[in-house]
Design a protein around this ligand. Structure first.
Ligand SMILES: [Zn+2]
Length: 440
């Protein structure tokens, strides 16, 4: 970890603390990976391993991407402009040929993209997760990694999937890297049997991890669930006994009021993916107002780069706020502050992390933006600038546990050219395998 670091003369600190204070002209002292103090004065005798001048900059908590399939960068731009279920079928054909090396290269590129756009941590669901873990470690990021399980009702497959899930959780435990945690990740109710959904929750409990699943992304899956079980998805999941405070639903766009209050009572949370939903034309909009009213924790995610097509949380916050306003014909829906909360404090709480705000004793996972950039002028409202006006071009530094991972927009440890060239070779080889049907 980065020792003692001083962020000197921060012109703005968007703390995301309880009062959502935006402080002016402060120094941030970081010790042993944690924020030690935010102060107007530093003792002369104090020595730091690293001093970063933040004059003209805004410091805020680095962002948390609540839903990704990171390695799907490999398929960015592949079969765009199709609706979800057609899209899934075409993607599955290529994914059948994936190898661990593909996933490592794809995840590493994803990490690079996320870091360069201000994200410190992501919640991933995919395959070959031990290879994804290698990439996350190389990038110096934080991640919650889940092996995506699907059994389509096949008992043999179910056993295999559960074994794979436990294998990943064991591996992550053994690694002992505090930046990497496991989650249990059954894919969705339409790809997983009731037994798989239930046994997954038992694993989540025994490893004390979260339970993440795609939930009510489209009306089609909601109708199918109702036809089969005479219940809506959240009611069905409740019958299976898997709704509790470990439960995190991705997308969660088509819930009834009754399902939302059920989720609130059981303590589950949801992750909104506005860009992916709009691009795949899943219709309607995430019922944000209803979630807030019911007290359900809501975070924000990009989904994979194949359905977004970027992993840029700065962009995602803006889209989230705009979608609500557009959908409700009401400019007051989802304020910039609420969008920022979803990508920081709320996500941190939902995923049981110790970051998401700039406060003493929190992990020093920080994003430094250049407030002097033309994109960020003038400075009437810094939160509004961050959500509605900032972009990749404004990202200066990203710190994770006080380590400077991105400096002046560049990764401090990874050779970016090398990462990109390996990635492109893997894409070429994967497409060839998908075309010919050959294995590597
Ligand atoms: Zn997804």
């Amino acid at each position: 970890m980065g020792g003692n670091v001083l962020l000197e003369n921060c012109s703005w600190v968007v703390t995301q603390n309880r009062n959502r204070d935006v402080l002016r002209d402060k120094h941030i002292i970081i010790e042993d990976g944690k924020v030690k103090a935010i102060t107007g004065h530093i003792e002369r005798s104090k020595r730091f391993d690293r001093v970063i001048d933040c004059k003209g900059k805004v410091v805020l908590p680095a962002l948390i991407n609540g839903h990704t399939h990171a390695a799907m960068t490999l398929l960015r731009g592949y079969n765009d402009d199709t609706e979800l279920h057609d899209w899934l079928n075409s993607v599955w054909r290529v994914e059948a040929k994936l190898t661990g090396r593909d996933v490592e290269a794809g995840t590493l590129l994803a990490c690079l993209e996320m870091l360069k756009t201000g994200t410190c941590c992501f919640v991933d669901m995919y395959f070959f997760m031990e290879d994804a873990a290698k990439a996350v470690e190389k990038a110096g990021m934080k991640a919650l990694l889940g092996y995506g399980m699907l059994d389509f009702g096949n008992e043999e497959k179910r056993k295999e999937e559960l074994r794979e899930c436990k294998k990943l959780l064991e591996l992550l435990k053994k690694k002992g890297n505090k930046r990497l945690r496991g989650v249990v990740a059954p894919h969705a109710i339409y790809t997983c049997s009731a037994e798989l959904l239930q046994e997954s929750m038992e694993i989540a409990k025994s490893y004390d991890v979260l339970y993440t699943i795609h939930l009510s992304e489209t009306r089609k899956e909601v109708h199918e669930c109702f036809r089969t079980h005479r219940k809506y998805p959240v009611e069905y999941l409740d019958d299976l006994g898997v709704l509790n405070d470990r439960f995190v639903g991705f997308h969660a766009a088509w819930l009834t009021r009754n399902e939302i209050s059920l989720l609130a009572r059981k303590g589950g949370g949801v992750v909104h993916c506005p860009v992916s939903n709009m691009k795949l034309a899943t219709g309607g909009a995430f019922p944000f107002r209803e979630y807030i009213k019911a007290g359900v924790l809501t975070a924000l995610g990009t989904d994979g780069a194949c359905s977004n097509n970027s992993l840029n949380m700065l962009e995602e916050m803006k889209f989230a706020a705009l979608l609500q306003k557009w959908f409700r014909w009401n400019a007051r829906e989802m304020s910039a502050q609420q969008a920022l909360d979803m990508a920081t404090v709320n996500a941190s709480k939902l995923f049981r992390l110790n970051n998401g705000s700039v406060e003493p004793e929190k992990d020093a996972d920080l994003l430094v933006l250049n407030a002097g950039s033309c994109f960020m002028l003038p400075h009437h409202n810094m939160v509004s600038n961050i959500v509605y006006a900032s972009s990749y071009f404004t990202v200066e530094h990203v710190l994770i546990d006080g380590d400077v991972v991105i400096e002046q927009g560049k990764h401090t440890a990874l050779g970016e050219e090398g990462v990109m060239s390996i990635f492109l070779k893997r894409v070429e080889s994967l497409m060839e395998r998908a075309e010919t049907g050959d294995d590597e």
